[in-house]
Design a binder for this molecule. Structure first.
Ligand SMILES: Cc1cc2nc3c(=O)[nH]c(=O)nc-3n(C[C@H](O)[C@H](O)[C@H](O)COP(=O)(O)OP(=O)(O)OC[C@H]3O[C@@H](n4cnc5c(N)ncnc54)[C@H](O)[C@@H]3O)c2cc1C
Length: 483
């Protein structure tokens, strides 16, 4: 048996680890030339450590929680969550607290919010077609414009009028801000633990990459090869037969044989790498899958205490930054010298747009200027910085994605049953590390004779038996087609 795992992110490394624990060594091919961890890697710049977005370790799956403990033990620290929303120069506790929200809004704005809420209840928008309609009907126009509009549009790059109302209505669980507003205004309506709103989470002392780098060493000690700088470019297959993979930057630079393939590379690219090519309907489905990309402007500031939060959501519309991470508040060991602070200013974009293509020096200048506009730091104290671009940070759920994924899935299941897709972009599912890991573990068990349907793993990383409906995972907007 010769399994090959594509991608050394949480899904791929978990799959390789499960195989190794059962005595089967695999080769892991990783496209990055620098490090393992994928979206959950930790980047280092002059001793300062950064996440791609802050990565909280929290799972409803005891198996995943135990695995994290097994890998890192005491190196997993417990972090109290502290996050706020910045809007019109004021800080709102997040999760929202009704009193704090209304004190910040002031009496006249509070009255306006309550009146607009009453109006929305009396005269709801009918039919509620868009996300904007739906949220206004629930909370009124004023609360919508303060707490929902700007941030949602920055994240998804779409107007709230173009996002389908189903997203808010059906997937309320994952839409953390909506739940937060609901909990703040109507505390009795909640009750269950909302994953995105938990008060404490775990975090590796040196950032999420520490988890994956430790697992990398452990796998190497168990005899697995983790090959960096090995992007898979071709997957030659025959019905029911073995696979030949071509990996590396130069065409034909490395050829490997496999009996099983566990792929966490983006589903679109995986299908396009198949040889012979998939039928045209499947290729078309693969080409239609879209992604949202992510730029972090890392700024180093020679001040020890800037603000108390782990991160701040920026609802100001005069800046492009959507969220600001303060990594030192996740773990003190994220900075090499406690006199300094490392911030990550997060920008959502599409690969190839103006923001993505901007020169690093221009992005750093913009980030510095925006930090000053938000009065979060004196720009003169910004001593250094760097830019990290992360393509395909978010798989996009548009009108067609579910059908496209279903077409690809049916083709793979009938023609290539020994090629399993795992993880976030691997399955085109907008989920967290625990979900990605669980799909990796189950795929490995399938290689060893199990019969798990990976699509039955839900957003809470629970495996649901066939007779229970697996939910799609976390909420993401669907675009409305313009009439
Ligand atoms: C901004 C942001 C914040 C997040 N916050 C959290 C959080 O707080 N908590 C949480 O649990 N999760 C969080 N996540 C989600 C988490 O990062 C993902 O769920 C997880 O990393 C998915 O793991 P994966 O292995 O499926 O994919 P990835 O992490 O994407 O790994 C896939 C790997 O495959 C490699 N690859 C791609 N193409 C090829 C190829 N052709 N050949 C070989 N290798 C290839 C990539 O380089 C990568 O290393 C966040 C994600 C983002 C973007």
């Amino acid at each position: 048996m010769q399994p090959i795992v594509i991608g050394a992110g949480p899904a791929g490394l978990s799959a390789a680890y499960e195989l190794a624990r059962q005595g089967v060594t695999s080769t892991v091919l990783e496209g990055s030339s620098e490090r393992v961890g994928g979206l959950s890697q930790t980047v280092q710049y002059r001793g300062f450590r950064f996440d791609i977005g802050g990565h909280r370790f929290f799972s409803k799956s005891a198996e995943i929680e135990n695995l994290w403990t097994e890998i890192l033990g005491q190196e997993m620290i417990s972090v109290p969550r502290s996050s706020r929303i910045l809007y019109k120069g004021r800080y709102y506790d997040y999760p929202l607290r009704a009193r704090n929200a209304f004190v910040n809004l002031g009496p006249s704005e509070t009255i306006r919010c309550l009146l607009s809420y009453a109006l929305a209840r009396l005269r709801p928008r009918q039919p509620a077609r868009s996300f904007e309609d739906w949220v206004i009907n629930q909370f009124g126009e004023r609360l919508y414009s303060i707490f929902f509009k700007t941030y949602t549009e920055k994240v998804w790059g779409m107007s709230c009028q173009d996002i389908s109302a189903d997203w808010a209505a059906q997937r309320i669980k994952g839409l953390s801000l909506l739940v937060a507003v609901q909990n703040a205004l109507f505390p009795s309506s909640g009750g269950r633990t909302v994953k995105t709103l938990i008060d404490n989470f775990r975090y590796p002392r040196l950032g999420p990459g520490m988890m994956w780098e430790t697992l990398q060493s452990r796998l190497e000690n168990l005899g697995c090869a983790i090959e960096l700088d090995s992007p898979v470019a071709k997957i030659a297959w025959s019905r029911g037969g073995n696979f030949t993979l071509i990996a590396g930057r130069e065409p034909g630079s490395r050829t490997l044989q496999a009996t099983h393939v566990l792929s966490s590379m983006p589903l679109r690219e995986m299908v396009l790498a198949l040889e012979p090519a998939a039928p045209s309907r499947v290729l078309e489905a693969a080409r239609s899958l879209k992604y949202r990309d992510f730029v972090t402007a890392v700024l180093i500031i020679d001040q020890s205490d800037l603000f108390k939060d782990n991160w701040i959501y920026v609802h100001e519309s005069n800046v492009k930054v959507a969220r600001i991470q303060n990594y030192k508040n996740w773990s003190l060991d994220m900075v090499p010298d406690a006199r300094y602070t490392g911030l990550g200013l997060e920008y959502f974009c599409f690969q190839g747009d103006g923001l993505w293509n901007a020169k690093d020096s221009d992005l750093l200048a913009m980030a510095r200027e925006e930090l000053a506009l938000l009065r979060l730091a004196d720009p003169a104290r910004v001593v250094d910085g760097t830019i990290v671009r992360m393509p395909k940070a978010y798989p996009v759920y548009d009108d067609d994605y579910a059908e496209s994924v279903a077409i690809i899935r049916a083709f793979l299941e009938s023609e290539l049953p020994r090629l399993q897709v795992i993880g976030r972009n691997g399955m085109h599912r907008y989920n967290n590390q625990d979900h990605a890991m669980m799909t990796g573990l189950l795929a490995a068990r399938n290689v060893l004779g199990g019969r798990f349907n990976l699509w039955q793993v839900n957003g809470d990383a629970e495996y649901l038996e066939e007779d229970r409906q697996a939910c799609d995972g976390r909420a993401v907007p669907r675009a409305l087609s313009r009439e």
